[in-house]
Design a protein around this ligand. Structure first.
Ligand SMILES: [Zn+2]
Ligand SMILES: [Zn+2]
Length: 403
C-alpha cells in the first residue's frame, strides 16, 4: 500500500521531484501512517484506495509550497490555519504588546530625532565623488550613468560546507567571495544611512498629528487615519542615493488602500531601477506623477502619529519616506535571526516557513510587489498573534530561574 501511494505521489509531483527528490517517498510514508491511524484491519485497504483516488484529483503542483503538496492531513491543517489567519482582523489591542520600544528603535537604526536644519537643500550629488555601494570604489556621480562601469554581485554572501571545507559564497552565482570581480555589470551606485545626509537630500518630517475628533456644530470632519496599517516601499538608485519609487499601504484586514509610484524630486535622476528587487521598470515608472512630498500628503489620509505601522525592516521604509514615526511593529525584529542583530531574516523566508506560501517568486525581471509584501507582513503578524511564540529571552530567563 505504501508502494501504491508512492507511485501516485511520483505522478503528482512530476514537475517538482527533480528539485525535491525525497518528497514522494516522505509523503507516501506519512500518508500511509495517517490512513493506518484512522482505519482498522477491515477498512484499511479501502481507505488507502480512497486516499489514492483523492490524490489523483489534486492539481499538479509547480513548486514545493503549492497547496497540493503534502499529506491529506497536512492539506486540511494548512487550510484551517489559513482560515483562522484570514478571519483575524488585527486591532490596536493585538499590537500594543508588540510595539517597539524607543530603545529597540534606536538599536535597530530607526530615526527618532529630527535631524538639524530645514533639510532638502542638496537633493542630488551629481558631480560629487562617492564610494560605490557595490564595488567599494570611488566614482563620480552622473545623471547619465554608464550602465556597465561597475562589476559586482547582486546577491548576498552565505556560508556553505563543500567537501568538509567551509566556504563563503555569493547567493547570486555561487562563486566564492575570495574570487575577484563580479557576476553582473551595472552603474556605480551609492546609498546613504546618515540621518543628516538623508535629511539634506529630502527633508524628514513627523507623521501628522491626529485631528481633534470631537464633533462640533461647525464641522463633522473626523480623522480618517487607520488604526493599523502595513506599509512597504520599493526603492531605486538615483543621483541622490537610494530613493523611494513605490509605496503600498494595506489596512488591518489586508485590503489595499494605497499603491502609488513616486516621481523623483527635481534634478534627481534614476540611475538603476534594480528591477530584479524593486519590480519597478522604466516603462511603468514613467507614469509616476506625484513627488514624495505629495505622496506624503496623500498618506496623511491613512496614517497619523497614532496609527500602528507594520513593516518588515520598517526603518528602511520610514527612512525612504522621510517619515519619523514612533508606533511601529517590525516583523524583522519579531522573528529574529538566530545570529542576533544586526542580522535580519528575509521576509520571503519567514513567509515560507510560517505561512507555507511563496512571495517574490516571480524571479528574474518580476521582482517584488510592495502590495504583496505588505500583505505578507501583515499575515506574519497575524500568525504571530495566533501562535504567540514565546520569545527566546523569556525562555532563557525561565530556564535560569529553574522553571
Ligand atoms: Zn554573483
Ligand atoms: Zn561600483
Amino acid at each position: 500500500m505504501v508502494k501504491n501511494l508512492y507511485d501516485h505521489f511520483i505522478v503528482l509531483y512530476e514537475t517538482i521531484l527533480p528539485t525535491n527528490p525525497n518528497l514522494a517517498s516522505e509523503h507516501a510514508l506519512r500518508q500511509e501512517d495517517e490512513v493506518y491511524n484512522k482505519s482498522n484491519k477491515l477498512t484499511y485497504r479501502n481507505a488507502v484506495i480512497s486516499s489514492i483516488a483523492r490524490l489523483k484529483r489534486r492539481p499538479k503542483p509547480d513548486s514545493a509550497s503549492h497547496p497540493s503538496v503534502g499529506t491529506e492531513g497536512e492539506l486540511v491543517a494548512r487550510e484551517e490555519s489559513r482560515k483562522s489567519l484570514d478571519s483575524l482582523r488585527i486591532t490596536r489591542d493585538h499590537l500594543l504588546p508588540l510595539l517597539l520600544s524607543m530603545d529597540d528603535m534606536r538599536n535597530w537604526g530607526y530615526i527618532i530625532d529630527m535631524p538639524d536644519g530645514p533639510g532638502g537643500s542638496n537633493p542630488n550629488l551629481e558631480g560629487y565623488t562617492m564610494k560605490c555601494e557595490r564595488c567599494s570604489q570611488p566614482y563620480m556621480v552622473r545623471s547619465t550613468a554608464l550602465a556597465d562601469e561597475c562589476l559586482y554581485h547582486y546577491g548576498k554572501q552565505f556560508s556553505q560546507k563543500v567537501n568538509g571545507e567551509k566556504l563563503r559564497l555569493y547567493t547570486c552565482c555561487s562563486r566564492p567571495t575570495s574570487e575577484e570581480g563580479g557576476c553582473v555589470r551595472g552603474p556605480h551606485v551609492f546609498y546613504e544611512t546618515d540621518p543628516q545626509a538623508l535629511h539634506l537630500r529630502h527633508a524628514f518630517s513627523f507623521s501628522r498629528q491626529p485631528v481633534n475628533n470631537e464633533p462640533s456644530a461647525s464641522s463633522t470632519f473626523a480623522d480618517t487615519a487607520l488604526e493599523v496599517a502595513a506599509i512597504d516601499c520599493e526603492m531605486v538608485y538615483t543621483t541622490g542615493g537610494m530613493r523611494c519609487a513605490r509605496v503600498s499601504v494595506v489596512d488591518g484586514t489586508g485590503s489595499e488602500v494605497f499603491d502609488e509610484l513616486v516621481r523623483m524630486d527635481d534634478g534627481v535622476e534614476i540611475v538603476d531601477y534594480i528591477t530584479r528587487f524593486s519590480g519597478v521598470t522604466p516603462e511603468n515608472h514613467a507614469k509616476a506623477v506625484l513627488p514624495l512630498t505629495s505622496i506624503r500628503e496623500s498618506l496623511d489620509s491613512y496614517i497619523n502619529s497614532d496609527t500602528i505601522l507594520i513593516g518588515h525592516a520598517l526603518d528602511n521604509d520610514l527612512k525612504t519616506l522621510r517619515m519619523i514615526h514612533s508606533r511601529c511593529v517590525d516583523t524583522a525584529i519579531l522573528f529574529p535571526h538566530r545570529a542576533g542583530p544586526p542580522y535580519r531574516r528575509a521576509l520571503k523566508d519567514l513567509v515560507k516557513e510560517h505561512l507555507g506560501t511563496l512571495i517574490q517568486a516571480g524571479g528574474g525581471s518580476v521582482g517584488h510587489s510592495s502590495v504583496e509584501d505588505s500583505i505578507a507582513t501583515l499575515d506574519l503578524v497575524r500568525w504571530y498573534i495566533l501562535n504567540k511564540p514565546v520569545p527566546k529571552r523569556v525562555m532563557r530567563q525561565a530556564n535560569a530561574d529553574g522553571k
